[in-house]
Design a protein around this ligand. Structure first.
Ligand code: NAD
Length: 332
């Protein structure tokens, strides 16, 4: 089967070629959007990553090219118009469960770096400045961390933080028995906001979770918490969070995702002027740490994404169920 692979980066090519069975993989550096659909001409499947645009118009254009399958190299599928895909008979599959440890461990890396100001210390020491002013952190032991979303990633995060001696509390409309067995209480969101010293987001982006962290939520935070988002950018209202950082209501912020990241992340923009003023404002805070959607980026996770993607394509070609199909029902 001919597969048009959008947003290809070197690691995609390496690991997909390694996992490939007999597909004709066409690697495209371009992002999928309204202008790049013709690059998929002749392919039966399109393979995309998190910042490719798969809206109704793109789906219509792909359907006109005879596309039958859409393979996501991600767990999240909020960037796909699933209703349009169903309407045009395009089967959407994903990689539901690659190493949750990759994202959980990156969450931990962000927390530790931000708490102890490692990002600032690194720059200072390289410039010969060994003063400690501004680098004061806090012991994590005994602090309360609120985990929002206790699925695959949230569960690993909760386990790691419990290992640090932190008091873990959680919120999820679908409680997980493993979490309950660990003695972690499920609380309402207002309770979680009020009690947490650290708030970490691990729920999917859905209409219900969009802007979960808005001005109202921030007003309920009582302990100047550190807010960490490695899930999806639009879970937080960035403008409201900037206000929260300015007023001190939010103690610090670490993000691996940003609601408008599609125009920024995965590109080298070091020679251009960034046009996004909200993002640029974030970068001015000493207590904000940003990584560019790299939480998934470990050898193990990237290999697993490639292997599951090829397995998905094998099954689709053989007209077999993949078990990873994404349908509109999954959103509800
Ligand atoms: P999962 O489906 O295993 O778990 C998600 C959990 O969120 C579920 O338990 C679900 O019940 C819960 N949830 C749903 N609605 C909720 C709500 N309103 N409030 C609180 N919890 C809610 O997914 P996962 O594998 O743990 O991944 C979580 C998210 O992490 C993904 O949706 C994706 O957006 C993100 N992610 C980011 C990266 C990255 O590189 N930064 C990589 C992979 C996944």
């Amino acid at each position: 089967m001919i597969v048009a692979i959008y947003s290809t980066r070197p690691w995609d090519e390496t690991y997909l070629c390694e996992a490939n069975t007999n597909h004709d993989l066409r690697f495209l550096e371009a992002k999928l959007d309204h202008t790049t659909t013709p690059l998929a001409t002749g392919a039966a499947a399109v393979c995309v990553f998190v910042n490719d645009l798969v809206d109704r118009q793109v789906i219509e254009d792909l359907a006109q090219l005879g596309m039958r399958f859409l393979a996501l190299r991600s767990a999240g599928f909020n960037h796909v118009d699933l209703a349009a895909a169903a309407e045009y008979g395009i089967t959407v599959v994903r990689v539901p469960a690659y190493s949750p440890h990759a994202v959980a461990e990156h969450t931990l890396a962000l927390l530790l770096s931000l708490n102890r100001n490692i990002h600032r210390a690194h720059n200072r020491v390289r410039e010969g400045n060994f003063r400690l002013d501004g680098l004061l952190g806090r012991d994590l032991i005994g602090k309360t961390v609120g985990v929002v979303g206790t699925g695959r990633i949230g569960q690993v995060v909760a386990t790691i933080f419990q290992g640090f001696g932190m008091n873990v509390i959680a919120h999820d409309p679908y409680p997980n028995d493993v979490i309950t067995d660990m003695g972690i209480p499920y609380v309402s969101l207002p309770e979680l906001f009020a009690q947490s010293d650290v708030i970490t987001l691990h729920c999917p982006l859905t209409p219900e979770t969009c802007r979960l962290i808005d001005a109202e939520a921030i007003a309920q935070m009582e302990r100047r918490p550190m807010l960490i988002n490695t899930s999806r950018g639009a879970l937080i209202d960035t403008t409201a969070v900037i206000e929260g950082l300015k007023s001190g209501q939010i103690g610090s912020l670490a993000i691996d995702v940003y609601e408008e990241e599609g125009d920024l992340f995965f590109e080298d923009l070091s020679n251009t002027v960034i046009q996004d003023d909200v993002f640029s404002r974030l970068l001015t805070f000493p207590n904000v740490l940003v990584t560019g959607h790299q939480a998934f980026f470990t050898e193990e996770a990237v290999r697993e994404i490639a292997e599951v993607t090829i397995e998905n394509l094998d099954r689709l070609e053989a007209n077999e169920p993949t078990g990873t199909e994404v349908t509109v029902d999954l959103v509800g």
